[in-house]
Design a protein around this ligand. Structure first.
Ligand SMILES: [Zn+2]
Length: 634
């Protein structure tokens, strides 16, 4: 009897061990990136076993990137090969990585691609890496910030942007891709871009040429804390950058990448992962092997914890039972990633392809910096395209679109074909005297107004909790109309303005001087903006800012709150949608029929309203009876 029991126990452990092999997730691949500093330490086999055990008990990993170079450190061949063998023996897919930095700690000092010594070294590193891997990725730093005398001379009369775009395209071809493929014709070379896409061109990251040259691209989705980081990236970017890159290189954006840096609470770390996955990134990378071994600091437990929020700090801190019955502590950062992936994998497969209101960023454009992410934070599902969007009833253009010299003509053609366009006040200013007056005569004045009172349609005045500084737009009475107004004293200005042209409407959305003041617009103002801008979709959000909506093309959607307290919002849906199924709780919600608000000169059918509460820093996932959110074009 004892023997049979031992045998069964053996079979059980065997099954447990064999079950612990990738792939671990149904909907994405989980990877960990290892810097050259950490790979260099992998010559210590005992330490390697220990660190891998610590990590792999807390988060299931399918793939590992082993870096060969960073900060002039090159991992020696013996260490590299033994690390590759070790991870392959664990069933992992193994790829290489290169960081082209001279010294990260010196303002991220990059290589100088005008310097023959640096060029030679860059090429040797690519060749060395291609010799050991069939795939490698360039981490964040394949750009140049060098302004040495060689670069100044080589630049000549060109702008820094033009010089660096050309220099890095040529360096990618001659120093990285071609040399790597000459050594290993099978090698796939992936370029990973960081999160500052609006500024890439200035440092030579070339989104126009490089995606076609490399075997794939990859996105930095590490938005961190919007206040304490100098970048001030909005949380929504962890989702939107994946959508943008998918539109630049359809099917060839490999994934997103998150690190645990600069998060004031652990939910922020988890949130970056799930936002990346909400955008349907096929792979998620944890940066890095060292940081995910760091213990979780108790002060990262948000004050809202203990209420079954989407990220449950206490559940994460529970000891893990290993297959040999041991309770495992300590809990490190890896566990926060682990529970997040397990949770998201349960419903991600039920979602269709992400869709949103299309915005346009021509290659290398600058304008209202990262504004689309702020718009995502006020509940407008956004999408960014590198080409002018001709489809859909509505598009939303920010100042970046001015980089297209044919922009006004394209706007006119859309309006004449019966499709609306919304432009921001920043774009209106840029188009003054460039032909926009042929559509509507508006003046972007140099006057500002500090406003707290708003009117959306007739009647009630709504107030913001603080003063918002907005540009004053002048228009000609009865030539165009205020849909939403800001008021101060006995004077007022447009917040959302409408001008009829041919068969459609041009809307102008007033962007406050401080973009984050969009979050201060009262809920009724935001509701009206959302209703106009999301007219392509049969579900929309009503409520305050910092609650986002994510649409999918199969009738599913996600509502996520970035607020530190619970929030009640309304989902307004077409009347045909009578039930919302919560895909996580299993609850079914019934909506109330409500009259639709007056809306320009259009007739709209009654709608259905569903009231939902979202916990702090949490999301809910819903399915409707509709198979698509897209309304057919009239
Ligand atoms: Zn230089």
């Amino acid at each position: 009897m004892k023997k049979i029991f031992s045998f069964l126990l053996f079979i059980f452990f065997f099954l447990c061990v064999s079950a612990q092999q990738p792939p671990f997730y149904k909907n994405f691949t989980v990877s960990v990136y290892t810097t050259a500093y950490s790979v260099a330490e992998m010559n210590n086999q005992k330490k390697l076993e220990e660190t891998w055990n610590l990590i792999s008990r807390q988060v299931k990993i399918d793939k590992i990137y082993l870096e060969t170079h960073r900060d002039n450190i090159v991992v020696d061949e013996k260490t590299l090969e033994s690390a590759i063998r070790f991870f392959k023996s664990k069933g992992l897919k193994v790829a290489g990585g290169i960081t082209y930095t001279i010294n990260e700690r010196n303002n991220f000092e990059t290589f100088c691609y005008s310097n023959p010594e640096h060029r030679k070294k860059a090429k040797e590193i690519a060749e060395y890496t291609a010799r050991h891997f069939d795939e490698f990725i360039l981490d964040d730093f394949f750009f140049t910030s060098c302004k040495c005398d060689l670069c100044i001379k080589a630049k000549g009369e060109m702008s820094w942007t033009d010089f660096r775009l050309k220099l890095m395209t040529e360096a990618a071809r001659d120093l990285i891709i071609n040399p790597a493929k000459a050594i290993n014709p099978k090698v796939k070379v992936i370029i990973k871009y960081p999160n500052w896409y609006e500024h890439f061109q200035g440092l030579g990251f070339n989104l126009e040429t490089e995606p076609a040259m490399f075997d794939g691209i990859y996105a930095g989705t590490e938005t961190r804390d919007p206040v304490i980081m100098d970048q001030h990236l909005q949380q929504y970017e962890s989702y939107l950058i994946i959508r943008y890159f998918d539109n630049i290189a359809p099917g060839r954006n490999g994934g997103g990448w998150v690190d645990p840096g600069a998060s004031l609470y652990m939910d922020r770390y988890a949130e970056q992962f799930w936002l990346t996955l909400f955008a349907k990134a096929p792979e998620i990378t944890m940066f890095d092997y060292r940081q995910i071994q760091l213990p979780v600091r108790p002060e990262l437990r948000g004050s809202w914890q203990g209420n079954q929020t989407s990220f449950d700090f206490d559940a994460m801190m529970k000891p893990i039972q290993s297959s040999d019955g041991k309770s495992i502590l300590p809990i490190t950062t890896a566990r926060a990633a682990g529970i997040t992936f397990e949770q998201v994998d349960k419903f991600l497969g039920l979602l269709g392809n992400p869709v949103g209101v299309k915005s346009y960023r021509p290659f290398h454009a600058i304008g209202e910096d990262f504004l689309q992410n702020f718009l995502g934070m006020i509940g407008i599902p956004m999408d960014i395209s590198p080409s002018f969007p001709t489809e859909g009833k509505m598009i939303l253009l920010t100042e970046s679109a001015k980089f297209d010299p044919l922009l006004v003509q394209k706007i006119r053609t859309r309006l004449q074909s019966g499709k609306d366009v919304m432009i921001t006040t920043g774009l209106l200013r840029a188009l003054q005297g460039k032909g926009i007056e042929d559509i509507v005569e508006l003046t972007y004045t140099d006057r500002k107004a500090l406003v707290t009172d708003f009117k959306a349609g007739w009647g009630k005045i709504y107030q913001s909790s603080k003063g918002i500084l907005i540009p004053q737009i002048n228009y000609l009475t009865n030539d165009s109309w205020e849909e939403i107004s800001a008021i101060e004293g006995t004077e007022g200005w447009p917040v959302l303005h409408r001008a009829k042209y041919s068969k459609a409407n041009l809307y102008i959305l007033t962007i406050p001087d401080n973009y984050s003041d969009l979050y201060q617009y009262p809920a009724n103002v935001l509701n009206r903006i959302r209703a106009v801008v999301t007219q392509d979709f049969n579900v929309k959000l009503e409520g305050p800012s910092q609650v986002s909506l994510f649409y999918y093309d199969n009738g599913t959607f996600i509502v996520e709150s970035f607020l530190p307290e619970p929030v009640t919002v309304k989902i307004i849906a077409d009347q045909q949608i009578s039930i919302l199924d919560d895909l996580i709780s299993g609850e079914s919600l019934k909506g109330n029929v409500v009259p639709s608000p007056p809306f320009g000169n259009k007739e709209i059918n009654p709608e259905r309203s569903f009231e939902i509460t979202i916990k702090p820093h949490s999301y809910r996932v819903f399915r409707t009876e509709a198979t698509s959110f897209h309304k057919p074009l009239n």
